[in-house]
Design a protein around this ligand. Structure first.
Ligand SMILES: [Zn+2]
Length: 380
C-alpha cells in the first residue's frame, strides 16, 4: 500500500532543498503546502525565536476517520554540513549524494516516510485516529527544536520518532548528556624574558586532562573532551585556555560521578600551579560550568508503543531488535514531555559524512511498519 516510487521521489525532493540548522524555512513551507493540500491543519510554534532561526517547528494534524486514539510522529527537518546543493541519485536501490556533500537522508528519509504513511492511510481508507506530527528544527545542534517544542498542541500519548539507522532496531533507550565548560586562567608572561613570572594555562589544562579518565567509562557511560582553545603566540606564556567536554550515561549517578571526576581533575591541576611574584602569591584558576544537554529516555520493553510496533513488525513477517543507543534524539524530549516515543531506523547509514547513503528497501520497510502500527493503534 506504500507507494514506493513516490516515497523515493519525495525523499529526493526534500533532500534537494537546503535546510541547515536554523534555516529550515524553505523545506518547512513545502511540507506545509503539501500537507494542507491533503487536508491537514498546519501551524508553526515560536521555537525559532529561541534559537535565532528562520522558522519554528511545524505541527501537522490529520483528522482521524475513526475515534481511535491519536498517534504522534516526528522527524527533524535540519541537516548537518556540508549540506548545501545536495544532488541525490539512486543506483541499485541505494540513494547517495555526488560525494561532495552529505545526503541528508538524516532526517529527510524520516520526514518523507511520515508524509507517505499519511497519504497511504487516506488513499486506502485505512481506519486511523488523529495523526499529530512534529517536523522539528535544529535537532542537529542539540535537539533544540524538540527542547523548545510547544507540546500543548499534542494530545497523543504515544508515537514514533523516525531518526535512526536501521529498521532492524527499535531504539528504546537513549542516555542523558551533560556538557562541561572549563576555563583555565593562568598568568601571562614573556616566554623568553621571564617565563618564571607566568603560569601556563596550557600546562594546567594538560595536567588536568592527562590525569582524567574519559572515553568509554562502562557499558552505559561515555565521556569526551572535544574542544581545546587557547594561546596567542609562542612567545607568551598562555594566560587562558577553554576546554569543552561531555558526559553521557543511562544512569544518572554514573553521569554525576564522571562529571565530578572531570571537575576534580581541573581543580586539582590548578592547585598545583602557583608562583610568587613581587611578594604576592598567584595561582591558576579554573572556572567550571556544566549544562544539561538532555535527559535520558527509557520507553520500556513492555510499554504500549513498544508492543504496538513489535506486533506490526510481526504482522508483516519482519524482525526488530529492542535497542539501547549512546546517542540522544528528539524523542529524549518528547518522552520527557509525556509522549511515550520510541525511535525506529529509516535505512540511513554513515550519517554526518559525505558517504551517507539510504537503503531504499529499508526505508520502504520502515514506512510499511509505520502504516501497520497506525492501523493497529486504531484497532486496539
Ligand atoms: Zn537525525
Amino acid at each position: 500500500m506504500i507507494n514506493q516510487d513516490r516515497l523515493t521521489e519525495y525523499t529526493m525532493d526534500l533532500i534537494r532543498i537546503d535546510s541547515p540548522s536554523k534555516q529550515e524555512k524553505e523545506v518547512a513551507m513545502k511540507l506545509k503546502h503539501d500537507m494542507e493540500k491533503i487536508g491537514a491543519d498546519c501551524s508553526f510554534d515560536n521555537a525559532d525565536k529561541k534559537v535565532n532561526g528562520n522558522i519554528g517547528n511545524l505541527t501537522v494534524k490529520i483528522r482521524g476517520n475513526t475515534d481511535a486514539p491519536p498517534f504522534f510522529f516526528s522527524s527533524h527537518m535540519d541537516t548537518v554540513s556540508p549540506g548545501i546543493g545536495i544532488k541525490p541519485h539512486v543506483k541499485d536501490g541505494i540513494m547517495r549524494s555526488d560525494g561532495t556533500t552529505i545526503l541528508g537522508s538524516d532526517d529527510k528519509s524520516g520526514v518523507a516516510i511520515i508524509v507517505e504513511v499519511i497519504k497511504s492511510l487516506q488513499e486506502n481508507n485505512i481506519p486511523h485516529g488523529d495523526i499529530e506530527v512534529a517536523f522539528t528544527i535544529c535537532e542537529e545542534i542539540g535537539l533544540l527544536g524538540a527542547k523548545y517544542y510547544d507540546v500543548n498542541q499534542i494530545s497523543a500519548k504515544h508515537g514514533i520518532v523516525l531518526d535512526s539507522s536501521t529498521p532492524d532496531r527499535l531504539v528504546l533507550r537513549c542516555p542523558s548528556a551533560e556538557d562541561l565548560y572549563f576555563t583555565v586562567q593562568g598568568v601571562e608572561a614573556h616566554a623568553g624574558l621571564c617565563p618564571e613570572d607566568g603560569i601556563s594555562a596550557i600546562k594546567v589544562a594538560s595536567d588536568a586532562i592527562s590525569a582524567m579518565t574519559f572515553g568509554r567509562i562502562d557499558h552505559e557511560t561515555t565521556s569526551n573532551i572535544g574542544i581545546i582553545k587557547g594561546g596567542v603566540a609562542t612567545n607568551i606564556v598562555t594566560g587562558k585556555v577553554e576546554v569543552v567536554g561531555e558526559v553521557r550515561s543511562h544512569d544518572e549517578q554514573k553521569l554525576n560521578a564522571q562529571v565530578y571526576h572531570m571537575k576534580e581533575c581541573f581543580l586539582n591541576a590548578a592547585k598545583k600551579h602557583k608562583i610568587v611574584l613581587n611578594g604576592q602569591q598567584l595561582e591558576a584558576k579554573v572556572d567550571v560550568e556544566t549544562q544539561r544537554a538532555y535527559d535520558r529516555m527509557d520507553v520500556g520493553d513492555e510499554s504500549f508503543i513498544t508492543k504496538l510496533v513489535l506486533q506490526a513488525v510481526d504482522n508483516l513477517g519482519h524482525k526488530v531488535k529492542l535497542y539501547t543507543t549512546g546517542g540522544g534524539c528528539d524523542a529524549n524530549y518528547f518522552n520527557k514531555f509525556g509522549i511515550s516515543c520510541a525511535n525506529l531506523g529509516t535505512g540511513m547509514y554513515e550519517l554526518h559524512t559525505v558517504n551517507e547513503y539510504l537503503v531504499l528497501e529499508e526505508q520502504q520497510r520502515c514506512a510499511k511498519i509505520m502504516l501497520e502500527t497506525v492501523r493497529l493503534n486504531a484497532e486496539n
